[in-house]
Design a protein around this ligand. Structure first.
Ligand code: SF4
Ligand code: SF4
Length: 94
């Protein structure tokens, strides 16, 4: 079975345009204030379990701040800790 793919968001590169959230076909990207993300809302998977791994968010981002990754590898970016925690929970069957 192919590995599950999930987006990881680079909160430092992100310019908070919301294109990723607007293009998500299942509405599982939410923009929120996050620790270390500065004064503007940044994207998170909400909930991660709804993501179908389609990559639309990656394609929509104008500054390449979204990277699809193997879910088992955790977050690609240090600022994406929330997704890393979600991935860990998924691995542990939570
Ligand atoms: S990969 Fe697809 S389903 Fe998952 S967050 Fe991005 S746009 Fe939404
Ligand atoms: S599309 Fe890219 S720049 Fe815009 S909110 Fe999403 S991650 Fe940030």
């Amino acid at each position: 079975m192919a590995a599950r793919r999930l987006p990881s968001f680079d909160h430092r590169a992100c310019v908070s345009c919301a294109a990723c959230a607007e293009d998500c076909p299942v509405s599982c990207v939410a923009l929120e204030l996050v620790p270390g993300g500065g004064p503007h809302a940044k994207p998170r998977l909400s909930p991660e379990s709804a993501c179908i791994g389609c990559g639309a968010c990656e394609r929509a981002c104008p500054v390449s701040a979204v990277a699809m990754r193997d879910a088992a590898q955790g977050a690609a970016y240090p600022g994406d800790a929330a997704s890393a925690a979600d991935a860990s929970a998924a691995r542990n069957g939570a």
